[in-house]
Design a protein around this ligand. Structure first.
Ligand code: NDP
Length: 502
């Protein structure tokens, strides 16, 4: 049984038409074609985007290149850029309801969650604005009488930013303000499924005072627009969030011209739970970690590694809560799990569940698609008796599916946690400080939560070990990621000759 919230039909909704932002102008695609987005929770067309082409991407890259090379953005002072980013943050906050609504109807996420994401995104723009004023290099006055060394941080140049559909506004906000703070110019490609809020961001940035050509937004598909953005010789860096497969392709494409790459990829994040943990706190974090954003989240806590002595009690408690999680209308304020992004993705999730059941896992709860007559939805699902070799324990399912494994000794839990290709995040639950720190130091992941899960702050770096990615976003070094280092090696006084002794 699942608590459901029947989606209300979006009657009289008129699909919004969007253009692309290239060199300060809102334009149509070169060949006039468009893409239509059907709302995953409501089953009707809600947005029409330009289907950008290679030619459009090239125009956008040329505009970004000009805007960088003539210095209209990189040669502003840090304070000037900072003030514009702060204005952008205010405008994002002022339009948060509209932006959250767009993200909700296009992605199917619950409206309450989309609003919280918009609050988080505005905070990131403010944080990046502060960093814009503090970007600095180093000096070396310790190299002897005749030498002074100065290390400059310079904006890297033109940055391609490619984002996925699961957190449309939040993820572009983890990249773009830092690139802008550093003085870079950009071409942004949002997912073809959820481009609306990124295009509205283009309007906001123009209003905030970002000059034409500094931020270009090209909609369209990855193989057409994204591939151009990752191979073009005038692009200096690619910042990508999405699947590990396309991340690998992005890196290979960028390697042709040796661009810098920053990759935020998949995760299969374990939560390791010891018998002395506060289990009331943990079960709440377990359902949150698994079902937040319908599990369509790189940080999803999709792998529980429970101590054997507590496993059956904990699984029972999680199953009880799972029955009460509200699934359905993304626009209803009480909904906790919204729609699944596309019908094909729902099938993919279900085939993972079927494969695990066939392989010997036990379906402890859920597993079914929910038929509301519109959209596509799935019940919160728990699979127990999962073994570490099963696909459902190793691969990113990207749906509301929790896999439960067990351990007896701490070393075994660490081995299971580290046995896969991903290393994005992990959780450890114990009242014993030693246990938390031991696990935290030995699990190979970019973020370790201790007695909490999926908390975050603009100040804390985020990114993955192993095939979960390259580089870190957020935190005070995030701006530096968008810079080159230049050494000024200065000679003072008479220089010692090499060929002609002086
Ligand atoms: P993708 O990795 O396919 O897409 C991410 C972005 O990359 C999109 O903007 C996409 O464009 C673009 N892209 C696709 N092909 C190329 C290419 N050849 N060159 C450059 N850019 C390209 O993720 P999906 O959205 O298709 O999701 C597939 C799976 O990826 C999910 O089921 C999930 O497992 C995982 N995923 C992980 C995410 C994470 O945060 N770690 C986020 C999203 C997905 P477009 O799709 O518009 O064509």
């Amino acid at each position: 049984m699942t608590v459901t919230v029947q989606p209300k039909p979006l009657t009289n909704y008129k699909a919004r038409d969007y253009r692309m932002l290239i060199d300060g102008a809102w334009v149509e695609a070169a060949d006039g074609k468009t893409l239509e987005r059907v709302a995953p929770g409501h089953g009707i067309a809600v947005s029409r985007y330009q289907a950008g082409t290679k030619r459009d991407a090239e125009k956008a890259i040329a505009a970004a290149r000009r805007a960088f090379d003539d210095g209209r953005w990189p040669r502003m002072t840090g304070a000037e850029r900072s003030n514009i980013l702060l204005k952008a943050a205010d405008l994002i906050a002022a339009r948060a309801d509209d932006l959250a609504y767009l993200d909700t109807i296009e992605s199917g996420k619950p409206i309450s969650q989309a609003k919280a994401e918009l609050g988080g995104a505005a905070d990131i723009w403010r944080y990046a604005a502060a960093l814009a004023r503090d970007l600095h290099g180093e000096s070396y006055n310790t190299l002897g009488e005749g030498t002074l060394g100065v290390v400059l941080r310079e904006a890297i140049g033109v940055v391609s930013i490619i984002t996925p559909w699961n957190f449309p506004f939040l993820i572009v906000s983890q990249k773009l303000p830092f690139a802008l703070a550093a003085g870079c110019t950009t071409v942004v490609k949002p997912s073809e499924l959820t481009s609306g809020s990124t295009l509205v961001l283009g309007e906001i940035l123009a209003e905030a005072g970002v000059p034409a050509g500094v931020v270009n937004i090209v909609t369209g598909t990855g193989p057409e627009v994204g591939a151009t953005m990752t191979t073009h010789p005038d692009v200096d860096m690619v910042s990508f969030t999405g699947s590990t497969g396309i991340g690998r392709l992005t890196m290979a494409n960028a390697a042709q011209t040796l661009k810098k790459v920053s990759l935020e990829l998949g995760g299969k994040n374990p939560q390791i739970v010891f018998p002395d943990a506060n289990l009331d706190e943990f079960v709440d974090a377990a359902v949150f970690g698994a079902y937040f954003n319908a599990g369509e989240c790189c940080n999803a806590g999709s792998r529980l590694i429970l101590h054997k002595s507590i496993a059956s009690d904990v699984i029972g408690r999680i199953a009880e809560i799972s029955k009460q999680v509200k699934v359905g209308d993304p626009l209803d304020a009480s909904t906790q799990v919204g729609a699944i992004i596309t019908p094909q993705h729902l099938q993919k999730i279900q085939s993972y569940v079927a494969g695990a059941s066939d392989g010997g896992a036990t379906l402890a709860h859920g597993g079914e698609a929910l038929d509301f007559g519109i959209g596509q939805f799935m019940t919160p699902t728990i699979l127990s008796n999962v073994t570490a070799d099963m696909a459902v324990a190793r691969e990113e399912v990207f749906g509301p599916v929790l896999s439960v494994l067990t351990f007896e000794a701490a070393e075994e839990a660490i081995r299971i946690a580290n046995s896969i290709d991903y290393g994005l995040s992990a959780g450890v639950w114990s009242r014993d400080f030693d246990t938390c720190l031991t696990i935290g130091r030995k699990v190979r992941a970019g973020t370790i939560w201790m007695n909490t899960f999926m908390d975050g702050a603009s100040e804390l770096p985020f990114g993955g070990y192993k095939q979960s990615g390259l580089g870190r976003e957020l935190g005070r070094h995030a701006v530096e990621d968008y810079t080159e280092t230049k050494t000024l090696n200065m000679h003072i006084g008479a220089r010692t000759g090499w060929w002609m002794p002086r």
